[in-house]
Structure formats: structure tokens, C-alpha cells
Design a protein around this ligand. Structure first.
Ligand code: GLP
Length: 239
């Protein structure tokens, strides 16, 4: 893993330039996107660059990591809604080529078909990741097997507590989600994980310097040949 440490603003700008370079070389790349507060700075920067015609997503296809079970794309806490509002509506992408796992009418078989769709599209060139407080990537909670493909998961209490800030109350936070598996993520040819803030410092240390173990899902990235980790000074403070 390559580690970069900087301010959140410089990280957003630097990672955005990675997308500029990638799409200059491969305008029809398949991109894996993530939700959460962490990528918001990057998405704003990509939107700005697109408005200035310094990057184009015209021929890009995308696959998002995960979605809450039970929320359809019109729900303002669904990840489909999040992506539309924070990125897709602000860039020149063809919305028909953007995929987010469906939060409705999803069973284990339809979930696993997401992996086949990624494969048919040619595989993900660059997968973006955030980091859960417990080390989850996507919604792969501690204990998820490294061989997992897109599947339905029961969210841990800690994840529901962490995400309740976006809902009116804890009761409204879905109990399940559908997420790319660890293997789905690891199949991406290149991975960029961003972690920001003091709250992530402990888990950042664990996943980078600790053992590779399903108990810390992000630790699997130590095994990926092209994984890059961007940390702000706070998130990197215990390394
Ligand atoms: C959610 C998402 C993850 C994300 C994590 C961290 O649980 N499923 O993909 O990485 O939250 O969120 P944040 O970036 O807001 O810290």
C-alpha cells in the first residue's frame, strides 16, 4: 500500500487529479464509487473540474459499493440519492451508466448478480473507498469472509449508531444493507481509500500496521498490488 498524508483539501485535489489522468488515458473507464462524508470534498472537486471542462465522464460507467436495504432511490438517505445529488447531477455522466445496488427487491441471488454485471462491464478500473469506524469497507462488517461477493448484510449496532446522524432517529436507520463483497472490491485493478479525522486514527493504525484479518476488513488492502491510502494529518496521527 502507498500512503499519502496531507490536508483534506489537498487530498481532494490530488485524488481528483488521479481521475483526470485516468480518464485522459481511458475515457470509458469503469469506476467504483463510495458514499459517506469522506468523499464529499473529492466529489465537489470533480464537479468543479468537469464544469471547467478539465475532465469528462461522458463515456464512463460506474458501480457504487453499497445501498441500504429497504430504501429506494428516491429516499433522501439512500445511497442512490446521495450519488445523484453529490456527484452524478453535477457532472456530464450518462445516468443510465451509473449503477448502485438496488435496496428493494434484492435477494442473495440478485445481489450476487452485481458481480457478474461488473465483470461484463470489464471490471472496475479504480475503486474508491471510505473507512468505517470499525474498519468496514462498503458495508463489509468485521468478520466478513475475504472471499465474499456482493451480498446482503446485517449492520452492526456501531455502524447503525455511526450513521444515525443522517436519520431522524435510530429506529429509522435500516438494519440491513447490500454491499459489494471483499472479493468484489479486491478485484478492482486499483483502489484508493480516503480516511479523514481523528475519529479514524485508531482504525487507520490497525488496518495499515496490524494483522491482515477479516476482523479488520480494510486490512485486506495490504494484499492488493495497487492500493493507495490518503490520510489527513489527524487520521494519520497514530502511525
Ligand atoms: C458508511 C458507508 C461506507 C463509508 C463509511 C464511512 O457506513 N457504507 O462506505 O466508508 O460509512 O463514512 P464517513 O465517510 O461518513 O466516515
Amino acid at each position: 500500500m502507498k500512503i499519502f498524508v496531507d490536508t483534506p483539501e489537498k487530498i481532494a485535489a490530488a485524488v481528483a487529479q488521479e481521475y483526470v489522468a485516468l480518464l485522459a488515458e481511458k475515457p470509458d473507464a469503469v469506476l467504483g464509487f463510495a458514499t459517506g462524508s469522506t468523499p464529499l470534498g473529492l466529489y465537489a472537486e470533480l464537479a468543479r473540474l468537469c464544469a471547467e471542462k478539465r475532465i469528462s465522464f461522458r463515456d464512463v460507467s460506474t458501480f457504487n459499493l453499497d445501498e441500504y436495504l429497504g430504501l429506494d432511490g428516491t429516499h433522501d438517505q439512500s445511497y442512490r440519492y446521495f450519488m445523484n445529488k453529490n456527484l452524478f447531477e453535477k457532472i456530464d455522466i450518462d445516468i443510465a451508466r451509473t449503477r448502485v445496488p438496488s435496496g428493494v427487491n434484492t435477494d442473495p441471488e440478485t445481489a450476487a448478480r452485481y458481480d457478474k454485471d461488473i465483470e461484463s462491464a470489464g471490471g472496475i478500473e479504480l475503486q474508491l473507498l471510505g473507512l468505517g469506524n470499525n474498519g468496514h469497507i462498503g458495508f463489509n462488517e468485521p468478520g466478513t469472509p475475504f472471499g465474499s461477493v456482493t451480498h446482503i448484510v446485517e449492520l452492526t449496532d456501531s455502524t447503525r449508531q455511526a450513521n444515525k446522524r443522517f436519520f431522524n432517529s435510530i429506529d429509522e436507520v435500516p438494519t440491513h444493507s447490500v454491499t459489494m463483497g471483499i472479493k468484489t472490491v479486491m478485484n478492482a485493478r486499483r483502489i484508493i481509500l480516503i480516511a479523514l479525522g481523528k475519529g479514524k486514527a485508531d482504525i487507520v493504525k490497525k488496518f495499515i500496521q496490524g494483522d491482515v484479518t477479516p476482523e479488520v476488513p480494510a486490512s485486506v488492502l495490504q494484499l492488493h498490488p495497487f492500493a493507495e491510502v490518503y490520510l489527513d494529518f489527524e487520521a494519520a496521527s497514530l502511525l
